[in-house]
Design a protein around this ligand. Structure first.
Ligand SMILES: [Zn+2]
Length: 307
């Protein structure tokens, strides 16, 4: 079914121009505070970790400093692991899960792996509970050189000196009801395409890299998360959000080709987590805990395989 759904900005069949993007931006309202929710936790972490400012986003009248947390006992003979949250700013448990992992579990990995944690890659969108940056660009389709998104470019610069040294990367995301009600219609309108309705799976799933599939790694993550929250079943056609389910709770994308964050390190083990916060069967605390469980399981699996 194809619907020419009404979207309040733009004209059907014609991509947005600069004026329509500005109209969209003017409608985005700050609904929560990066400096109240995220930065105080980063500051607390300074006592035990190195905190690095890796960029600054100037979106007048607002500006955002970007921070990453590093293992204090960083050693060049150890592999590196990257944890990213808030590439999509509205996906709250990605941000809070990355911070919770840093506060509660990162120290457990001291001397085994160098951790690099970027908990809120897209703070403007965190505050506006949106998917895009102020230029109506999705950072998670923009991890390529040169990147059209400042958020993605800053993270690429942070990671570049360590490329080839990463063993594992976990990129924390959510799939939400607003994807279908708000963000997919906005995407279709922005690009001048018809909106084609899809489905939202009820539960957690993970996205593997079709260019580097690691099924045992993904299954270790699914097993750990299933102790915290339920795993998404496939739709009747055997898919989740339109992609074939290749193992319980796992789909695949070509991560680098699509410019997705989980493709930026070249690590052997990469995954994108997708928590479902709108389930009647999952609390916000469970969603954060699911992200933490995914990160710990990913690190544990990768380190055990490495020997
Ligand atoms: Zn996402």
């Amino acid at each position: 079914m194809t619907e020419l759904a009404f979207f309040p900005i733009g004209s059907p069949g014609r991509p947005w121009d600069a004026r329509e993007k500005a109209e969209w931006r003017s409608q985005q309202v700050r609904r929560r505070r990066y400096d109240a929710d995220v930065l105080p936790v980063v500051d607390r972490l300074r006592a035990r970790f190195d905190v690095e400012r890796y960029g600054r986003l100037d979106y007048a009248p607002d500006a955002y400093e970007l921070f990453a947390v590093r293992s204090r006992d960083w050693r060049d003979d150890l592999p590196c692991a990257l944890v990213t949250g808030g590439v999509h700013g509205y996906e709250t448990s990605g941000v809070l899960g990355a911070l919770q992992f840093a506060e509660q579990h990162a120290a457990d990995y001291a001397g085994r792996v160098n951790l690099l944690i970027a908990p809120c890659v897209s703070p403007w969108a965190y505050e506006r509970i949106h998917r895009w940056n102020p230029d109506a660009i999705d950072p998670n389709r923009s991890f390529r050189e040169p990147s059209p998104a400042q958020e993605s470019a800053a993270l690429l610069r942070l990671v570049a000196p360590l490329r080839g040294r990463f063993l594992v990367h976990v990129d924390l995301h959510e799939t939400t009801d607003s994807d279908e009600s708000e963000f997919r219609p906005a995407l279709a309108a922005r690009d001048g395409k018809p909106f084609e309705p899809g489905t939202i799976p009820d539960g957690f799933y993970a996205v593997d890299d079709s260019a580097n599939p690691q099924p045992a790694f993904q299954q270790a993550i699914i097993a750990a998360v299933s102790k915290v929250t339920h795993i998404a079943p496939a739709d009747a056609d055997g898919t989740i959000i339109g992609s074939p389910v290749i193992a319980p709770g796992v789909i695949e994308y070509p991560l680098s080709t699509l410019g997705l964050c989980a493709g930026i390190t070249g690590a052997r083990y990469t995954t994108t987590t997708e928590v479902y916060p709108d389930s009647p069967r999952a609390t916000a605390e469970q969603c954060n805990a699911a992200q933490v469980a995914a990160v710990c399981a990913a690190l544990d699996f990768a380190l055990a395989e490495r020997g």
